[in-house]
Design a protein. Structure first.
Length: 141
């Protein structure tokens, strides 16, 4: 049985990977929020956990794009749609940025957006260009 041209097992893999990504994001956010809160004494520190999760997801998505021709589209769905989709979060980025703006942390809000964009694009380019290409070459042997 297939859904949208993909086997049901591929979809179940994407669901499992997405769940794992969401749990990893949550753990990253909670862990880094706790560290920053203890060190700075702030109740609402910079949302570093979301920045890290989005950057890692972008890197992994870049790798997945590079290896997709070798491993096939089903793994692209599992890795990008599942794992990276669960790990990354645009909605939390938006809410955190709006909250910073409303607290008067204008430069922090702008910095959060700029850092997310720069680090995310950079990580995806490194993932696809350097690591992904090397992995794809190794897998195709």
């Amino acid at each position: 049985m297939s859904i949208g041209g993909y086997a049901v097992w591929t979809w179940l893999g994407a669901v499992a990977a997405g769940s794992a990504g969401a749990v990893l994001r949550w753990a990253s956010v909670v862990w880094l929020h706790g560290i920053l809160s203890r060190r700075s004494g702030a109740t609402d520190p910079f949302p570093l956990g979301v920045l890290v999760a989005n950057t890692v997801a972008s890197f992994l998505a870049g790798v997945a794009v590079a290896v997709a021709p070798v491993v096939g589209p089903q793994w692209h769905l599992v890795l990008v749609g599942g794992l990276c989709g669960g790990l990354s979060t645009l909605s939390t980025l938006a809410v955190d940025t709006v909250a910073m703006w409303q607290r008067g942390e204008r430069w922090g809000a702008v910095g959060n957006l700029g850092a997310t964009l720069a680090l995310g694009l950079g990580a995806a380019m490194i993932g696809a260009g350097v690591v992904g290409s090397a992995v794809a070459a190794a897998l195709s042997r």
